[in-house]
Ligand binder design. Sequence first.
Ligand SMILES: C[S@@+](CC[C@H](N)C(=O)[O-])C[C@H]1O[C@@H](n2cnc3c(N)ncnc32)[C@H](O)[C@@H]1O
Length: 430
Amino acid sequence: MAATRLFSHHSAFHETFFILPFLLRLHTAGAFKPRLTVSSSFPPSPRRGANLRKASNKPSPSRNLAFSPGRPKRRTRSGVDFDRDLYRRYTAYGHAPVMLTEVLEVFALPRLRSFVDCTLGAAGHSSAIIEAHRELELFVGLDVDPLALDKSRARIEALLSDGSRDELRAYTHVRNFKYIKAVLDGIDENLLSEGVDGIFLDLGLSSMQVDHAERGFSILGDGPLDMRMDPKGTLKAKDIINSWPETEVGRILRDYGEENNWRFLQEKIVNARKGGGLHTTGELSDLVRKASARSGGRQGWIKTATRVFQALRIAVNDELQTLENAIYACFDCLSSGGRLAVISFHSLEDRIVKKTFLELIEVGEGQEDKDDFTLYKNDKFVTEEQSWSKQIVVGRNGVIFTKRPITPCEDEERTSRRCRSAKLRVIQKH
Ligand SMILES: C[S@@+](CC[C@H](N)C(=O)[O-])C[C@H]1O[C@@H](n2cnc3c(N)ncnc32)[C@H](O)[C@@H]1O
């Protein structure tokens, strides 16, 4: 089949297709409905609160604490050897793919015929998966950010340009991952019934987004208070800061930033409106720095600013509800034996991934922590090669391979600050 590259700009859904070797169009408007209606403008839609609640505070069992002597963590530190050359090879545009070796191991299935990267970014993970799986027949990459997509598309195109992968149909698409079902249905109407073998979400921002101050995500750089991942989104951080009711500003600082000092900061932000409001990330950082003057120097205010920026970013991009809906949709799209892996970067996200995985596999209310639902290295599901999976949870619909999330190995943590809060969870459909 000819390896012609065809591009289509489909303005009705502001989407871009990059299709090898042929182009198909998404056409069924009705198919674009998400599982739940999601709104990112004020007033915010009532959230399904359960997944935002803190995870149980039960004492952590000591077997999970490979790290941090003072504070046991309910997690499993990755035991892989850090392959510096692999990371260098797949780092692009300043973005290093987090836990790359672990992700490659998770998708080292006997046959990975189809793979969807829901958060393409700089295509680091995707490039490595495509190169590692010569048997791949279908690749789909999504990103809500057209600038990221342009770069990753060029990278994947270069990877396939030698003509040796003509059997691989590759598509990239500017689209929110909550619409994964509609995207797959638009590519091939049989895809949803057959299912895909691998789906991957690497949440949050890429270095390309954080490092460009004009996107408004950077605490130390100065740019407009924007924070939209999708430049066509209607809500910007400055709208929340300067126009949302005071109580809503406080609510997002508390619920999305998990900031203890939220009331004080809420007051400061709302008071700033009397002087014309805040319009740049520099002004917001200054306000936080002054408000945190007594709480511990540079590190103190930067930590507070990180929480404030996180709160705004989550609200602007409606990240939590989108994530919950998307995990349900992704699981529906898996083939039997297919895997979904999610890397999250803060506790709110991780709580949603953990709880949604448990709901999806159906272990039954309150039973998820009982030993009879937790199997250690069950041969049926976990082979010797799957050393990354320590404890599994088996349900009616699937298996969770990571009862405790996997976190980066110490060598990776030393090379990249960004990966430090990363948590990887993996689920497989029966
Ligand atoms: C951490 S980066 C991914 C990096 C990528 N794995 C790599 O190796 O280069 C996350 C990307 O996900 C995108 N993203 C975040 N939320 C999204 C959503 N709801 N739908 C689609 N893309 C999203 C961001 O724009 C960003 O480019």
